[in-house]
Design a protein around this ligand. Structure first.
Ligand SMILES: N[C@@H](CCC(=O)N[C@@H](CS)C(=O)NCC(=O)O)C(=O)O
Length: 199
C-alpha cells in the first residue's frame, strides 16, 4: 500500500496539502493530473477536484479532509493549536480562507475589464485589512504555525505567483507574515511553489 496525491502544482489547495505532508514527514507519490487531463483522477475518485488522495487504498478528497486525516494518523508536528477553543477557531479560519479568499482569487484572476479588476482589488483590500489585524504583533495566528496560517498562505501565495499581484506595501503585517512563511517553509523566494519535501 502507498499514498498517492492527485494534484496540480499551481493549485493553492494542493500547496496547502503538500505543506501538511511535509510537516508530517509522510512519504507519498505525486500524480500530476495535468499529465493525462485528469483521466486517472476521475477514474479513481469519480470527480475532478484536487487535491485528492489514494490513502493506502482509501479515496480521500479535499485539502481540509486530507489534513485532518494526516493529523489523526501522524499526530507529531500538529497542524492545529492546543485546546478545543483554539482548535475550533483554527478550523473556522481554515474554512474562511478556503471558502472566502478563494473567491477573491477567482475574481481577480478572471477580471476582464478595468471595472472588474478594480472591484477585485477592493475585495482583496478588505481581506488585507482583516489579515493585517489578525497578524498584528504575531508571527502566526496561534502559538505555532497551524493549518489556518497554511491555508491563508496558500491563497496569498497563489495571488503572488499565479495572479502576479503584489500585496501593497502598506499591509506591513501581511507582508511580514508572507516573509515569515517563506522562511519557515524554506522557500528561496516567494516565486517558488512549495514542492514535495520535508520541513
Ligand atoms: N475545498 C476543496 C477545493 C478544491 C478545488 O477547488 N480544487 C480546484 C483546483 S484549485 C480543482 O481541482 N478544480 C477543478 C474542477 O473543479 O474541475 C479543497 O480544499 O481541496
Amino acid at each position: 500500500m502507498a499514498i498517492r496525491l492527485f494534484q496540480s502544482q499551481a493549485s493553492m489547495f494542493c500547496e496547502k496539502a503538500r505543506i501538511v505532508f511535509a510537516m508530517k514527514q509522510v512519504p507519498y507519490d505525486i500524480v500530476d493530473v495535468r499529465a493525462d487531463d485528469r483521466k486517472s483522477l476521475i477514474e479513481y475518485t469519480g470527480q475532478r477536484k484536487v487535491p485528492s488522495m489514494d490513502y493506502n487504498g482509501k479515496c480521500v478528497i479535499d485539502s481540509t479532509v486530507i489534513s485532518a486525516l494526516l493529523e489523526k494518523d501522524y499526530p507529531a508536528n500538529s497542524v492545529y493549536p492546543d485546546g478545543a477553543a483554539a482548535k475550533g477557531l483554527c478550523l473556522a479560519l481554515e474554512d474562511w480562507s478556503d471558502e472566502v479568499l478563494i473567491h477573491a482569487n477567482h475574481h481577480i484572476r478572471r477580471a476582464e475589464t478595468p471595472d472588474a479588476r478594480k472591484k477585485a482589488e477592493e475585495e482583496w483590500a478588505a481581506h488585507f485589512n482583516t489579515l493585517e489585524q489578525m497578524y498584528s504583533g504575531k508571527k502566526f495566528i496561534f502559538d505555532r504555525m497551524t493549518i489556518a496560517d497554511i491555508a491563508i498562505f496558500s491563497q496569498l501565495h497563489y495571488l503572488y505567483t499565479i495572479v502576479k499581484y503584489e500585496i501593497p506595501a502598506n499591509y506591513k503585517n501581511v507582508l511580514a507574515f508572507m516573509e515569515n512563511m517563506r522562511q519557515t517553509l524554506k522557500l528561496n523566494s516567494l516565486s517558488d511553489s512549495f514542492t514535495a519535501r520535508s520541513l
